[in-house]
Design a protein around this ligand. Structure first.
Ligand SMILES: Cc1ncc(COP(=O)(O)O)c(C=O)c1O
Length: 387
């Protein structure tokens, strides 16, 4: 069998919607992007959504809109993709890296408190909902990540690249922090090829993001063609970016959004299969799912090969690929990346959980059309290699 790490399900209205865009003669941001934003916001129950051309763009716009400036400190968990920290550097601000919890790979309120105790003047925190599971954002007792930040006037920019649709305490991720950013990169839970969405309930943030998303123009090009006013005149109120989502991508996103619940259920089917089949494998730690399984987007299924396993993580990946099975690693932590390590003199000893995770972590295939026969084949290969 050949089982890739990722396979994109495109069997719905994607082609029809893209055809509509191509036939309309208007290929850039217009009605499809607006419709995608509206339906996405409705789905999550948030006031505002801004479609952009990547989650990296959304994160950049988000940290800019909450007022991060050169020299500011922003807390970022080390177990993430480089984009989370990169956008902080785009603004000349400095990421302060934290460890994560073993098992969930998440920033926890306890880790956050400890980091705040030794770092004064933190302006923002960027929780990453690793793998599709929400970090502990809020609790009835008021000691969740957002609670702690609110009480200290620290802004919360959530990296939800993996977390659509993810719930926390009965609400979708997207309505907790100041701003939340989603990714629609090709292997994400829904995709537009490349793309992202920024959501917020804060009108001032929304207005700033809308302006900065398109060159700092005081209103969208689309408005200029549709609001009946003079179509050519515009002002530049800030040196903005070029981050808008074209309608071709939004058309794919609209088709995918309609299937988001089904996709999540199918990913959950895969996760439950792995959890059940691999539970007795003593040399592997399975991902820790804290809340109800239905809250989890199951973007990733990372297992940790323990030090007493008969093969190393790298050998495991090699042997899986010999069996035709694609895997991946999420992530080599940022404190190990030469740019961040050298710029901030980071030391592995300060990230004990991330170090333990990193030595053994490997992500297994998980996607809606992964069949039970394929799952059976993968689990048999894992058992074979690790026993
Ligand atoms: C945690 C995390 N944040 C941000 C990003 C950036 O997303 P994009 O590729 O849409 O810019 C990714 C992409 O994989 C990610 O995994």
């Amino acid at each position: 069998m050949k089982i890739p790490f990722s396979r994109v399900p495109m069997a719905g209205n994607e082609l029809n919607f893209v055809k509509e865009v191509l036939e309309s003669g208007w290929l850039t941001t217009s009605t499809k992007a607006l419709q995608f934003e509206r339906l996405f916001a409705e789905y999550l129950g948030v006031r505002y959504a801004c479609a952009v051309n990547s989650c990296t763009a959304a994160l950049h716009l988000a940290v800019e809109a909450v007022g991060i400036k050169a020299g500011d400190k922003v807390l970022v968990p080390t177990m993430t993709f480089t984009a989370t920290a990169d956008v902080v550097r785009y603004l000349g601000a400095d990421p302060v890296f934290t460890d994560v919890e073993y098992g969930t790979c998440l920033l926890t309120p306890e880790i956050l408190q400890a980091a705040l105790a030794i770092n004064g003047n933190v302006r923002a925190v960027m929780p990453v909902h690793y793998g599709g599971q929400a970090a502990s954002l809020a609790t009835p007792e008021g000691n969740g990540i957002v609670d702690i930040c609110r009480s200290r006037q620290i802004r919360v920019v959530e990296d939800a690249a993996h977390a659509f649709p993810t719930k926390f305490q009965g609400r979708f991720v997207g309505s907790f922090g100041d701003v939340t950013c989603f990714s629609f990169y090709a292997n994400k839970t829904i995709t537009t090829g490349e793309g992202g969405m920024l959501v917020t309930n804060d009108e001032a943030i929304y207005n700033r993001v809308k302006t900065m998303r398109l060159h700092g123009i005081d209103h969208d090009v689309w408005d200029r063609y549709t609001n009946g006013k003079t179509s050519w005149e515009y002002d530049i109120v800030a040196p903005g970016y070029k981050y808008n989502m074209p309608d071709i991508n939004a058309a794919v996103g609209l088709a995918q959004l309609g299937k988001a619940d089904f996709f999540r259920e199918q990913r959950q089917r895969c996760a439950l299969y792995y959890l059940n089949e691999l539970q007795n494998l003593s040399v592997v730690d399975l991902p820790l799912c804290v809340g109800p399984v239905e809250n989890h987007a199951w973007h990733l299924f990372p297992i940790i090969i323990k030090p007493d396993a008969p093969v190393s993580r790298n050998e495991f990946i090699h042997r899986m690929s010999q069996q035709g099975i694609g895997t991946s690693v999420h992530y080599k932590p940022l404190h190990r990346m030469s740019y961040y390590r050298d710029t901030y003199q980071l030391n592995e000893k300060d990230f004990p959980n991330a170090e333990r995770i990193w030595q053994g972590i490997v992500s297994l295939p998980i996607y809606p059309d992964l069949t039970d026969a394929e799952l059976k084949y993968i689990c048999a290969a894992i058992r074979n290699i690790l026993s």
